[in-house]
Design a protein around this ligand. Sequence first.
Ligand SMILES: Cc1cc2nc3c(=O)[nH]c(=O)nc-3n(C[C@H](O)[C@H](O)[C@H](O)COP(=O)(O)O)c2cc1C
Length: 190
Amino acid sequence: MDFSELLRRRTVRRFAQEPLKKEEVRAILEAARLASCAANLQRLRYIAVMEPSLVAAILPHTAFGMMVHPKRQPVAGVTSPTAFIAVCSTCDPNESLHADAGAAIQSMEFAAWNLGIGATWLGSHKQAEIAALLDVEKPGRILYMVALGRPGETPCREDVDADASVKYYLDADDCIHVPKYTVDAITTWK
Ligand SMILES: Cc1cc2nc3c(=O)[nH]c(=O)nc-3n(C[C@H](O)[C@H](O)[C@H](O)COP(=O)(O)O)c2cc1C
């Protein structure tokens, strides 16, 4: 896939129920481990969850697409993700660790897209409940969850000017539209 195709990546919140292969998830994790990180400290750890009952147990502790109505929460066994990756810290999280997680997750999103796999970066999740399900013990902590699965929807991008709304929305055909500011709207050249 060339880079312009990769940039067409959009968050996917509805999934087909065909399971992912372990080597696909491993390829996504490969992108995470090679991402930039502060001082090359590599303080993130990952829990790859593919076991269907555990994936199902995690789902109610996540929140998808809270900005749209009706919300885009996947329906268990119908549009649910078929895997999760928990992005965990090995120490008390600080700003640079969240930046590391951002770099790693964006890399995973692109790696997934390259394989035809959809992903949702989940900041909204019940940390304690999922940590208990995954046996994450302090000082370790789940920073973010990433939901994965074969895409069951095709969101589309809209390029908008600086005065436009950037709220993503559902159209009458149940398709998510994602407004993105143009370069000119967000850049000052000096
Ligand atoms: C830090 C962060 C937290 C996010 N948390 C959630 C979340 O909890 N639920 C969700 O559905 N999407 C979540 N997203 C995905 C964003 O909603 C999505 O990236 C945004 O709407 C732009 O869409 P795009 O990824 O298709 O460009 C999160 C993204 C980021 C970077």
